[in-house]
Ligand binder design. Structure first.
Ligand SMILES: *Cc1c(COP(=O)(O)O)cnc(C)c1O
Length: 404
């Protein structure tokens, strides 16, 4: 939206101004629909940024979480937490990995993964371990994870950055081969299977297999940040499963608790025993409410066939966008998998976020030019068709007007 000449007084004068927010507040939701405090209804194409896996007020999730809140919300990691073992065992079953550490957010899962990589290196006698990271990557906003992130805007003003990262371009096997040949301090490769904030940019299946091979040949950990693309979003539990490979370390968060904050570092045998007692911890991580949210999210996904839904409805949504936007000047690319889709325009399109909200559709714009759709995984085919019907005319009108 164009900035008005005089900005109205902020409706949130005491909230730190870290977000450019639309001037609306959501009061409640049901399924893939949201209502604001004025009663206006929206179709949810954003899912709280790939978080609300089961949409809003899911009829199976609400009673389960209500039951848990009535029993115990938080206990402490000083005691056994049976729901941690339950969720950990389930994540291991789904991923083929062996052990899990629970935390509360994506950056925290990634921060823990970076610590595992460094300690893995030290345990091998590498005093200055380095980690391969990627151009346009996003891993979070703590000092270490923003250092691993490949976006100067995220880093600006926060130097000195954490050292020990080697950056390479995505899907470029020669570049990582070169690192392997020349840098003996490397201990791990850290990447998103589909870059989210970077603009819905997938790694190719061939590249993932190649990186797995290079990691094995060099004794490196393969660490796949599935914070956004994991938990069923692409139509498999984890996006790397499309390539038939397994990581050594897999950070999860966003969709894992359907909106309740929960993160996890899922590890295979090479990484599972790197941390010992006292090496890592968190106060909130793994609390019974968060664990119940994870357990119930997965249970409901299995019961209701949500993976198949994400795959088929995602394919229909993509096909609908491709059909309606075919030949439209200024649409550069439509990409992604399952219900993680990006429409790249030839020019910056941040205004689309507000235009879509006005038309009753929630979405986001990332990497300046990419319209991102990461709706709840319960989206129906009819709702997907409605997204296409609302969004495509907005894009066409936007592109028909001259760039400012
Ligand atoms: C969102 C995101 C993060 C950060 O998660 P937070 O919960 O915001 O800390 C990290 N990695 C990826 C790939 C993400 O999409």
């Amino acid at each position: 939206m164009n900035a008005p000449d005089k900005l109205p007084a902020s409706p949130e004068p005491h909230v730190m101004k870290t977000y450019g927010r639309l001037p609306l507040a959501l009061s409640h939701g049901r399924g893939c629909w949201l209502w604001d405090t004025h009663g206006k209804k929206y179709l949810d194409g954003l899912g709280g940024i790939a978080v609300n896996t089961l949409g809003h007020a899911h009829p199976k999730l609400v009673p389960a979480l209500t039951d848990q809140i009535g029993k115990i919300i938080h206990s402490s990691n000083y005691y056994l937490v049976p729901l941690q073992e339950q969720l950990a065992a389930k994540l291991c079953e789904l991923s083929g990995l062996t052990n899990v550490f629970f935390c509360s957010t994506g950056l925290e899962a990634n921060e823990g993964a970076l610590k595992i990589a460094r300690k893995y290196g030290h345990d091998k006698g590498i005093d200055r371990p380095e980690i391969v990271v990627y151009e346009a990557a996003f891993h979070g906003r703590s000092i270490a994870t923003l250092s691993a992130t490949g976006n100067p805007k995220v880093q600006a003003g926060f130097g000195p950055l954490v050292e020990g990262f080697v950056r390479v371009p995505l899907n470029d096997s020669a570049a990582i081969e070169k690192v392997a040949a020349t840098n003996k301090n490397v201990v791990a490769v850290f990447l998103e299977v589909i870059q989210g904030e970077g603009g819905i940019r997938p790694t190719t299946i061939e590249y993932l297999r190649e990186v797995r091979r290079i990691c094995d040949a060099n004794g490196w950990l393969l660490m796949l940040d599935e914070v956004q693309c994991g938990m069923g979003r692409t139509g498999k539990w984890f996006a790397h499963q499309w390539a038939g490979i397994q990581p050594d370390v897999m950070p999860l968060a966003k969709g894992l608790g359907s909106g309740v904050p929960v993160g996890a570092i899922v590890c295979g045998p090479k990484a599972a025993n790197v941390f010992g007692p006292g090496n890592h911890g968190t106060t909130f991580g793994g609390n019974p409410l968060a664990m119940r949210a994870g357990v119930e999210t997965i249970r409901i996904m299995e019961e209701d066939g949500i993976l198949e839904n994400a795959a088929t409805v995602g394919a229909a949504l993509k096909a609908g966008l491709e059909r309606e936007l075919a030949g439209v000047q200024g649409v550069a690319d439509i990409r992604g998998q399952g219900l993680m889709l990006g429409i790249e325009l030839a020019r910056p399109c941040g205004d689309i976020l507000g235009l879509a909200a006005e038309a009753g559709l929630m979405l986001s714009v990332t990497a300046d030019k990419v319209i991102r759709l990461v709706p709840p995984l319960i989206l129906s085919a009819d709702e997907a068709a409605q997204i296409v019907a609302i969004l495509c005319p907005i894009i066409k009108t936007f592109l028909s007007q001259p760039a400012p």
